[in-house]
Unconditional design. Structure first.
Length: 370
């Protein structure tokens, strides 16, 4: 005689509970084999070795742990090329124990490299891949410090160049340092040079692993006007290279009148700032500050222009013509989310008719909150 569950609610509930427990128990049993086996877990899958010397064998050690519940052993390790040799921990590695795979690279070719080894274990049919990357050079250099801007085959010392306070008539220069990180010679070239800048390349061909200089020479007579001129040039990484954000170098030049054009005769305005340095805490989305612009002369002062080096900065001035002894309030805003989009430093340039100091610069420093 069978049991009728439809007429017995309690039995029906009990049966449902038991079925759920049985399903849960079966799922646990099915999951057990996934954990009752060895498990190869490397400390890292990619080792960035940095610089290595040419033809000096370089060793990389990959540590690993058996995070399974059964002994692990390595069947074989297969390098990606004949330039690499590998040795490894032999025998069984108990659960929780560690082992090592040591890889030796012969560093026989100058330039960047990316090599790997395939690790076959009893933890599965498919191999694990361990990769090591770096650059072979003839001379070791602290590229990251001296040449922080990485363009791939070449690195440079900066991507923002300032020609501050250049007098009309002057010819001045600054040096951009570059290093060739590849095996073959590199010929630097600046693209989109403005009329007031010319470049010299010292040397014209930089051997692999060596440094050179791109000299930027500014002719102030070619600058369009007093105050700020700003443009972008681009360092070609190879012949036929295109322009883009990655190889952009921002140039700024601040032009002052010629020395002999400044006279002291007669009444004249004199510009003074309450501060030429603004320090802001990097907190809200829009940071704010105020600077007072004061005329300490005995003639009216005219502010001809307010120019921005970085377009994350906004500025407004309550009055552009100041009578002797009068002042105007300059309101400064900095949008935090825009700062990283522009390479140039956040600064403000004032151009006025103060003959002795026609150009003033306000530097803005953004500090992290304590």
């Amino acid at each position: 005689m069978g049991i009728n569950l439809e007429n017995n609610p309690l039995l029906r509930i009990f049966a449902n509970v038991m079925i759920r427990k049985l399903i849960l128990f079966c799922s646990i049993l099915l999951a057990v084999p996934a954990y009752s086996q060895p498990r190869f877990v490397p400390d890292t899958e990619i080792n960035k070795t940095g610089e290595v010397l040419f033809q000096k064998p370089h060793t990389v050690v990959f540590g690993f742990t058996n995070k399974g519940t059964k002994p692990l052993h390595i069947k074989k390790v297969v390098p990606s090329c004949g330039c690499t040799k590998a040795t490894y921990t032999r025998g069984n590695i108990a659960p929780g124990e560690r082992g090592e795979i040591t890889v030796e690279y012969d560093a026989g070719i100058l330039g960047t490299f990316s090599k790997y080894v395939e690790v076959y274990t009893n933890a599965g049919r498919e191999p694990e891949f361990l990769t090591f990357q770096g650059r072979v050079v003839t001379e070791l250099s602290d590229y990251a410090t001296g040449f922080p801007i990485d363009l791939g085959n070449v690195r440079m010392s900066t991507n923002y160049i300032e020609f501050d306070n250049v007098r009309k008539g002057e010819v001045v220069y600054t040096d951009l340092k570059v290093v060739n990180t590849e095996r073959t010679a590199y010929s630097p070239e600046l693209m989109h040079l403005p009329p007031y800048i010319r470049a010299e390349y010292l040397p014209a061909n930089i051997p692999g692993g060596k440094t050179g200089v791109v000299r930027l020479i500014l002719d102030s007579n070619q600058l369009p006007s007093l105050g700020l001129s700003q443009t972008s040039v681009y360092l070609a990484r190879y012949s036929g290279d295109k322009i883009g954000d990655s190889n952009e170098i921002v140039l700024s030049a601040v032009l002052l009148p010629a020395e002999d054009s400044v006279t002291s005769a007669g009444r004249k305005p004199r510009l003074k700032l309450s501060s030429d340095e603004v320090i802001l805490q990097k907190s809200s989305k829009k940071m704010k500050a105020e600077v007072m612009v004061i005329n300490e002369g005995d003639a009216p002062l005219t502010i001809h222009n307010l120019q921005l080096f970085n377009h994350a900065v906004g500025v407004s001035l309550s009055d552009r013509v100041l009578q002797p002894g009068k002042s105007a309030k300059m309101k400064i805003t900095v949008k935090k989310d825009l700062l990283a989009r522009f390479k140039s430093r956040p600064r403000i340039l004032l151009v006025s008719d103060d003959a002795e100091n026609p150009v003033k610069i306000i530097n803005i420093t953004i500090k992290e909150m304590d």
